[in-house]
Design a protein. Structure first.
Length: 138
């Protein structure tokens, strides 16, 4: 697929941004209801979607069908500091596929309220920063 028109780029970026915004609410609904591992999974999805909005703005084509937050950050050319890259790498772990039930269960057990809150605070801050970057690219 070739380059998108300016209108298509805006439309696609808005789609990813609105979808991330919707899922951002879900993150905290799940946390409030003590679904900690699910909350972290959705935290990953939120960052993935807002990064895809930034990727669309940068590369002017549909974002690749991938879930790796570090690679999406690189495609968006955000030049994030090392702390952000470490966080993205850590949050990548929350994107657990159901075909690995033993790993998923171990992860589920590690998702205490405190563990989850620590990461959700970081995810929330990064999400808000990425939303600001997206506004700046309009």
């Amino acid at each position: 697929m070739g380059s998108l028109t300016k209108e298509q780029i805006e439309e696609m970026a808005e789609y990813w941004q609105k979808s991330a915004e919707h899922d951002f609410e879900t993150v905290f609904f799940l946390y409030k209801n003590k679904k900690y591992s699910d909350s972290l999974f959705f935290g990953h999805i939120v960052l993935e979607k807002i990064l895809k909005a930034l990727v669309v703005k940068k590369i002017k084509i549909e974002p690749p069908k991938m879930h790796d937050l570090v690679k999406l950050e690189e495609l968006a050319e955000l030049n994030s500091d090392n702390e952000v890259r470490i966080l993205l790498k850590e949050v990548n772990v929350f994107n657990i596929r159901s075909r690995y039930p033993d790993y998923k269960f171990r992860f589920y057990k590690s998702c205490t309220k405190e563990f989850t809150k620590k990461y959700l605070d970081k995810i929330k801050e990064l999400y808000k920063n990425l939303c600001q970057k997206l506004k700046q690219k309009k």
